[in-house]
Design a protein around this ligand. Structure first.
Ligand SMILES: *Cc1c(COP(=O)(O)O)cnc(C)c1O
Length: 376
């Protein structure tokens, strides 16, 4: 059996090696390392894939979120509602810009931000909502957009874990996550569903003014060279990563299907086990399984992880400490935030290996070892 990894980027690379290597050599040969042809081509392909009006490539997903928040003209002290149960990047940029993170509760089934919690947290200072499509499942965007409209708030989608996910509105229309809010952000970190071989990110918007503002911010606040209109940053997707991503985007749907197939294998094996809750998929979303995350009840989670580690099966806790319990936010006046669902999820979740290269033998081995531990 092949060794089991949380993500197997190497085996995936070997299947497209010829194309990727040739594309990298082409960039080296062109010497257009920055903003070369590959960046333009990939940006256009990504824009078409997501179905956005504008796509702005940038250096990573964290920058994408930061540039989005900078473009909205938010002022220090403005409140931004985000889930507490997310990767730190989402809330870190809020704090970095001296905005106030306001931690909302998540849904116990989807792990995504709960609209009722958003509503309860809106104050006159609230300016934006940042839903996260966690683990590859969409947040309830239709409800979130209607709350935002009613209260005149911006919505920035954190789509770092859900590129390719389809959202279905109540009238039956479908959109890709990342193209629904005022701004969408994504990451091409190597382990993401569309992963580069280094860092990368992108920002989506259908708004011409915001697109121009974000393009400028990502380029030192200039649209004419050496004339800096606003304080910006330096955030670029480099040509080599763009060339790699341009090959990989053609495989993205197939990659997401491979993840879904691995997830169905797990789901079947774990069905009807009272100690395991398999991932829920809401009617409005499909699931692209950036993570395959179970909720355990009545199981010694550390014991299970030790057992799996002994059997050479990796497993991870995403995320052990939610935002509202992170020391970094102590000075942000967050105080006694009460998020019981979030707190409970941090004690129950476990993520099993999920990627495009898992085979039947590996999946059978993983599921039988999980069940062995649970049944003993
Ligand atoms: C990965 C990730 C990011 C940050 O992306 P980087 O490219 O690593 O900066 C932001 N939000 C979420 C939810 C992520 O998973």
């Amino acid at each position: 059996m092949k060794p089991i990894q949380m993500v197997d980027t190497k085996t995936q690379y070997l299947k497209i090696k010829n194309k990727v290597d040739a594309a990298i050599l082409e960039v080296l040969d062109s010497a257009a390392y920055i903003n070369g042809k590959a960046v333009v081509e990939f940006t256009n392909n990504l824009n078409n894939y997501v179905g956005s009006k504008h796509t702005i490539p940038c250096a990573n997903g964290t920058d994408a979120l930061q540039i989005a928040m900078m473009a909205l003209g938010l002022q220090p002290g403005d409140e931004v509602i985000t889930p507490s149960f997310t990767y730190i990047a989402t809330t870190e940029v809020v704090a970095l810009l001296k905005l106030t993170p306001v931690f909302a509760e998540v849904n116990k089934d989807t792990f995504c931000i709960e609209p009722a919690s958003i509503k309860a947290l809106i104050t006159p200072k609230t300016k934006a909502i940042v839903p996260v499509h966690l683990y590859g499942h969409a947040a309830p965007m239709e409800e979130i957009m209607s709350i935002a409209k009613e209260h005149n708030l911006f919505v920035i989608e954190d789509n770092a874990q859900a590129i390719g996910c389809d959202y279905t509105f109540s009238d039956g229309t479908k959109k890709k996550t990342g193209s629904i809010g005022h701004i969408g952000c994504t990451s091409f970190y190597p382990s993401k569903n569309l992963g580069a071989y280094g860092d990368g990110g992108a920002i989506f918007t259908n708004d011409d003014t915001l697109a121009a503002a974000m393009k400028k911010i990502a380029n030192h606040g200039q649209s004419v060279r050496y004339y800096h209109d606003v304080v910006g940053c330096n955030s670029r997707l480099d040509s080599i990563q763009a060339a790699i991503l341009n090959i990989k985007i053609a495989h993205l749907d197939e990659y997401n299907v491979a993840r879904q197939n691995a997830a169905s294998h797990y789901n079947k094996a774990f069905a009807n086990n009272p100690k395991i809750k398999t991932p829920f998929v809401a009617a409005y979303s499909n699931h692209v399984y950036h993570q395959y995350t179970l909720q355990l009840t009545g199981v010694d989670r550390d014991g299970l992880i030790t057992h799996l580690t002994e059997k050479k099966i990796p497993a991870m806790i995403y995320y052990p400490v939610p935002g509202h319990k992170q020391k970094m936010f102590d000075s942000f006046g967050i105080g006694n935030v009460d998020l019981p669902v979030t707190d409970e999820l941090t004690t129950k979740v476990i993520s099993l290996p999920i990627h495009t290269e898992l085979d039947e033998e590996q999946l059978n081995y993983i599921t039988s070892e999980v069940l062995n531990y649970l049944n003993n």
